[in-house]
Design a binder for this molecule. Structure first.
Ligand code: BG6
Length: 495
């Protein structure tokens, strides 16, 4: 059915924090790509707000530099002209009422196809969310005649309590159906592809449970450090920055039951059930179930890199973790007893997002009398980054006279060579514009994920004196191996 675009489409898209890290690295390129694909509604106008004392010309130059730098040869001046013409830059201090008065004026300017549908995108530090929402409310900007959506980035709160408070505050000004909580991992195509892999292939479902699966590993490793984000990261740490949201979301997609439909709420109901079933980590077990560490100096790709404490803006003697590994159990019929090992960190050996699923040993050692020593278990490897593929490791006989085997991989690469990758933000921004909330987080998901990690957050924040380190360029601290239930379990660092 054709949508009534005038009614459904936003006409104004306000970006708070328009010159910040997120807007620069993710939002501008993704919006530009939507322009390339002709997916932005004709009347959509962006208002970019930041503190920088820039005029429109400065903004245009900035956007040009960002996009040209990022896209290189595929950058098109022609598309850029069209794209940048959609923007108005507005200098503003988000703590001052004046900023919102100016915004009202800017929104009121006559434009072709203008309407009162607005999106507010908070590309800001988490502590700015509540004050900005309060200002929007005071200025009546949450009550336009048309639709009014607000997009909030993760981390949503800094612990369970603060997440609840933030949520209440948002609900005072916006209806739930207009709140878009982003976890950009859900916008990654390969993450969505996991749903297809699991629920569109009959042969996967029967083995996707504790009867066949020994354990699940979820790794999101990055070789980058914290760059210029110390003011945010030093407060957050890897647990809040990555595990509570991105890794937990990956876990729900791996572990959820098939939803009755692909409706936003049907999918989210199933994800929440998984989070609710995660066995709580009692305080006394935290040491055994969660490991933290911080990168020290080391070398990555042959280049020396500084330790976390030497990064600009990091507090001396900071005990913020840049690595976390943890073990969780999902106490439901499907997963009882199957450990889910999760780890993430900065300045690790390489950037990789991998879900590795190890199957049980064969029940019978049929090949005991042959030169075959041990038959290793099967693995399914769902690789999200940098390779987008699914691989199944199975044993085959080696050609020759001896009864020998080797491991071979059945590989389904996700993308053909001629198919361009999409960034998660393109999908998500389009969904915000079109009003599809399936890939956004409902508050009960946030709440349940906080419930799982909150004891660890609390314990670690009380225990701020000593944090073990790992050399930059390694796979993290040795202690991460302590989490394994069995001697033959080990971290998969390769596909
Ligand atoms: C962000 C975190 O949410 O995700 C960053 O704040 C992290 O610290 C980033 O680097 C990783 O995202 P991606 O898409 O590059 O894996």
């Amino acid at each position: 059915m054709a949508k009534d675009l005038n009614f459904l489409s936003p006409c104004s898209f306000v970006i708070f924090g328009a010159t910040g890290n997120l807007a620069t690295i993710k939002l501008l390129p993704a919006l530009y790509n939507l322009e390339v694909a002709n997916r932005l509604p004709t009347a959509l106008h962006f208002i970019a707000i930041a503190r920088k004392q820039w005029n429109q010309g400065d903004w245009v130059t900035h956007v040009h530099d960002v996009l040209k730098g990022k896209l290189g040869d595929i950058f098109s001046e022609e598309v850029f002209e069209r794209f940048v013409a959609r923007f108005s830059y507005m200098e503003g201090d988000l703590d001052k009422r004046q900023c919102y008065t100016n915004l009202i004026q800017e929104l009121g300017k006559p434009r072709e196809g203008a309407c009162s549908n607005i999106i507010f995108y908070l590309a800001l530090k988490p502590e700015q969310y509540m004050p900005v929402v309060q200002h929007l409310d005071d200025a009546g900007l949450n009550r336009p005649q048309g639709l009014h959506r607000i997009v909030v980035e993760k981390p949503f709160g800094t612990d369970l309590e603060s997440a609840k408070i933030l949520n209440q505050r948002l609900h005072q000004s916006f209806d739930e159906e207009n709140i878009y909580r982003i976890d950009h991992y859900l916008g990654k195509e390969t993450v969505q592809n996991m749903l297809v892999f699991r629920f569109a292939n009959t042969l996967i479902e029967p083995v996707w449970n504790r009867n066949y699966i020994d354990h699940v590993q979820i790794t999101v490793s990055e070789d980058i450090g914290i760059g210029s984000r110390a003011d945010y990261y030093d407060q957050a740490g890897a647990l809040r920055d990555m595990l509570q949201n991105h890794l937990m979301q990956l876990l729900t997609v791996v572990a959820m039951e098939p939803p009755p439909s692909l409706d936003a709420d049907a999918v989210r109901d199933e994800k929440v059930k998984v989070l609710r079933s995660i066995r709580p980590v009692p305080r006394r077990a935290i040491q055994a179930r969660a490991i933290r560490a911080q990168y020290a100096e080391g070398s990555i790709g042959g280049e020396s890199v500084a330790g976390y404490q030497e990064e600009p803006g990091v507090e001396k003697n900071s005990a913020t973790e840049t690595f976390v590994a943890a073990k969780f159990y999902i106490d439901n019929w499907r997963w009882k007893g199957v450990p889910f090992y999760m780890r993430t960190g900065k300045r690790l050996a390489k950037s990789m997002t991998l879900i590795a699923i190890r199957f049980h040993d064969t029940p019978q050692q049929l090949f005991r009398e042959t030169p075959l020593q041990i038959i290793t278990p099967n693995w399914i490897l769902l690789s999200i980054h940098p390779v987008e593929s699914m691989q199944m490791e199975i044993h085959v006989k080696q050609p020759g006279l001896a009864m020998d085997t080797r491991v071979t991989k059945l590989a389904a690469s996700y993308r053909m060579d001629n198919e361009a990758p999409l960034d998660a933000y393109e999908t998500l921004l389009l969904d915000v514009i079109e009003g599809d909330r399936t890939l956004f987080i409902r508050f009960d998901e946030v709440e349940m994920a906080w419930q799982v990690v909150d004891p660890i957050v609390k314990q670690w924040s009380q225990d701020q004196i000593y944090i073990p380190s790992y050399p930059a360029g390694s796979w993290g601290p040795e202690e991460a191996n302590r989490l394994f239930d069995d001697d033959d379990q080990f971290w998969r660092n390769e596909l």
